[in-house]
Write a protein that binds this ligand. Sequence first.
Ligand SMILES: NC(=O)c1ccc[n+]([C@@H]2O[C@H](COP(=O)([O-])OP(=O)(O)OC[C@H]3O[C@@H](n4cnc5c(N)ncnc54)[C@H](OP(=O)(O)O)[C@@H]3O)[C@@H](O)[C@H]2O)c1
Length: 360
Amino acid sequence: MSEDSHPVFDPKNMPFRRLGGSGLRVPLFSYGGWLTVGGSVVGDPVKDLIKTAFENGINMIDTAEAYAKGNSEIEIGRVVKELNLRRSDLVITTKLFWGLRSGPNDGGLSRKHIIEGTKEALERLQMDYVDVIFAHRPDPTVPMEEVVRAFNWVIEKGWAFYWGTSEWSAREIEEAHHVATKLGLIGPIAEQCKHNLLYRERPEKEYEPLYRKYQLGTTVFSALAQGILTGKYNDGVPADSRFATEKQQMFKDAAARLSSPEGLAELAKVKALTKYAETELGCSVTHLALAWVAVNPNTSTVILGATKPEQLVDNLKALDVIPKLTPAVLEKIEEIMKTKPTPVVSFGWTLALDLSLELS
Ligand SMILES: NC(=O)c1ccc[n+]([C@@H]2O[C@H](COP(=O)([O-])OP(=O)(O)OC[C@H]3O[C@@H](n4cnc5c(N)ncnc54)[C@H](OP(=O)(O)O)[C@@H]3O)[C@@H](O)[C@H]2O)c1
């Protein structure tokens, strides 16, 4: 405890990276509350999860207005108060888009929803500000100038320090930067995107120019492909897993896909990767999959999803695997997975993803 009785934050062995071109330092592994916090996990177990995260170097928590219909933010706010965590020790991010009610102005990225949605999120979190506020999806029905101006207003008010995007196309992110530059305003500093060994085209190919041009940061989600890369679905869907317990259609579709030809081909790769991780690297496939995302220099933070403190602590063993990912090991992983995006081809020249020009 510090003199003013706040628990002292000890980063332990957690590396910190700047979030894109901003000055904000984020832990390489953060914790996110989709489906879990306020949904499948409520009350004291949420406190255990956040306390465990904080005590293991994770001071960044990601949530959204839509997670558990606002209850994720409510639970996080309650627990931060109960644990008496110092606000400046924490990096809290939330996201706006879906809203909580079904009125014509209750969602999307209008100036009205961005401002009202931010105020409501802060009330649920019992906080004066979040560190980063994300547009949870693009909204093509709203002029980009309105979106950029509204997020800048939120920043000017001190309700957020930075803003970012989630699941926007590269074209949309570029447009936001062009509008912000034209108006002398702040552009998005990071994209919250999916990236894992089974999903690579967008983060590695589509966004590639954005990392160089705008120093785009990434807060990566589904690094374990919602559990597929833990190997837990290798022999069917366990009864206590997300694909079995969650009611939404997307999980029924995901479970059904596992027995399709594409799903079976993916599981065969996961099985081969599991064997390689265990026999050659002395780690689990879960740790290897997480370390593989973390070692990517364009990753700012990997958002871990976990239902139990033990899962969180176990997943942090990925930090020990990072030094094992030598160029030769990374090449072997490519051979097993065969998911590397094809290079961009331009006028007979191959534009390699590291942007060195090679004759094709
Ligand atoms: N911006 C967006 O649109 C967006 C979308 C998705 C997620 N996110 C953010 O990213 C966070 C993480 O996403 P995600 O939940 O999809 O991540 P994920 O890491 O791909 O999946 C997490 C799930 O994998 C399983 N798991 C994790 N560790 C495990 C272990 N050691 N052993 C066995 N199973 C394990 C658990 O599933 P079971 O429940 O089956 O145990 C856990 O809930 C979310 O909480 C959210 O903050 C953002």
